[in-house]
Design a protein around this ligand. Structure first.
Ligand SMILES: [Zn+2]
Length: 412
């Protein structure tokens, strides 16, 4: 877990000179390789708008930093006009970020490399203590153990929590399904635990659906979208996020896109926010199980129980009815968001992804019928594609300083 870089590969004088000109391109170049948009040096050259020599120096420097691998084998990949170009990949044995996620049914730690690749995970725990310091201590210890086992260098740590996280203090304002005190200083606690475990690098914390959206935008179903709306329910409650031009829209203090409290059923069940019939209580796994006439069991997570019912829907007409009821409520919420935000793509995660898969036509029809912009153009509604997208997104937070300035972040 030593944060210092090994001896830098000294380039020859001409490489240095070219790199001096290209240093500002290191971050953009790394981001292009990280997000899979520059598979070859020829594409990198074109995307950066620099000379081939500068792109070559930039790729060589990122390789010397241990971040990417440049494969120069002839015929490895075709460049422009069919000319073979060096293939660029993230390094297999490069640094990692420690990612942690806490949710209503447990917590999990993982190591995530560039490219959103999960390198190692620790088995999740299934109970969450009411004291955030205990939980965050355990999850950081699990991550530290993974770092010891793999011997990988760590660039920093990121935490995903099922709560709005207020900035700039990093307070979990409404961790309702965790029994944590409202306003818990989760980022500070997490950062202390990370430091105490001897892990180098900065520590970050953010809302889990925000992080899922960020990960999907960079590596999954959101790639290429300019105004990406993500709505998801993992375990309890419903979250939303918006990625604008590649950056999370967080609002003035980190609290934007609290979509869970849109009213979708005015006569519906009471919500903890004081209102009634919010998405939060009308379109999450508990609402689904209740609508299907099931009493949730304690054995597996509510999401897993819901997903199993949806997969097996033919067995019971009550399940079909529950699927349709939840699709209609979700669609109503999405239609309102489409009118306000005018996204160019919507991605759905957790139970909402399973509902989309179960009846995509019904969901798209509800959104189209109930929204101005949904009707005219049709907003694509897709399923999230990454496993553990909140964990990958937590790692993105820790990777961001490296993506902004690879040389500065890794060599101090
Ligand atoms: Zn509410």
């Amino acid at each position: 877990m030593n944060g210092k870089a090994g001896p830098r590969t000294a380039g020859d004088g001409s490489t240095r000179t070219r790199l001096d000109r290209g240093r500002g391109a290191l971050g953009p170049a790394l981001e292009l390789v990280h997000t899979g948009r520059a598979p070859t040096r020829a594409v990198l050259t074109a995307e950066l708008g620099v000379t081939r020599a500068t792109a070559g120096a930039v790729a060589a420097e990122l390789e010397a930093l241990g971040l990417i691998r440049v494969d120069a084998r002839p015929g490895a990949a075709a460049g422009s006009q069919g000319r073979p170009s060096h293939r660029l990949e993230v390094a297999d044995d490069g640094p990692v970020a420690l990612a942690a996620q806490v949710h209503a049914d447990g917590f999990r730690a993982a190591l995530v490399g560039l490219g959103g690749r999960i390198v190692a995970t620790a088995p999740g725990c299934e109970t969450v203590d009411a004291d955030p310091a205990k939980v965050l201590g355990s999850v950081v210890d699990a991550g530290a153990e993974l770092l010891r086992e793999t011997g990988r260098r760590c660039v920093g740590a990121g935490l995903a929590v099922p709560s709005a996280v207020a900035e700039p203090e990093g307070l979990a304002l409404n961790p309702l399904h965790l029994a944590w005190p409202a306003g818990s200083p989760v980022r500070e606690i997490f950062a202390e635990r990370v430091r105490a475990a001897g892990i180098d690098g900065p520590a970050f914390a953010a809302n889990d659906v925000n992080l899922a959206a960020l990960a999907e935008h960079r590596h999954g179903a959101g790639r290429g979208a300019r105004d990406l709306l993500c709505v998801a329910t993992g375990h309890r409650g419903v979250g939303g996020a918006l990625v604008l031009d590649g950056r999370l829209h967080t609002g003035s203090s980190g609290l934007a896109l609290e979509v869970g409290h849109l009213t979708v059923n005015p006569e519906g069940r009471p919500c903890h926010c004081g209102s009634r019939g919010c998405l939060d209580v009308e379109a999450d796994p508990l609402a689904f199980l209740t609508a299907a006439g099931r009493t949730p069991g304690p054995e597996v997570s509510l999401l897993q129980q819901s997903n199993e019912l949806i997969r097996d829907e033919s067995a019971d007409p009550a399940v079909r009815t529950a699927i349709e009821a939840l699709i209609d409520r979700l669609g109503l919420g999405l239609a309102g968001l489409v009118n306000i935000l005018n996204p160019d793509r919507i991605i759905l995660g957790g139970l909402h992804r399973a509902l989309l898969d179960a009846d995509p036509d019904r969901l798209r029809a509800v959104v189209a019928d109930r929204s101005l912009w949904g009707r005219s153009g049709g907003v694509p509604i897709l399923a999230c594609t990454l496993d553990h997208n909140s964990l990958v997104g937590a790692a993105e937070l820790a990777w961001q300083p490296v993506l902004d300035d690879p040389l500065g972040a890794l060599t101090g």
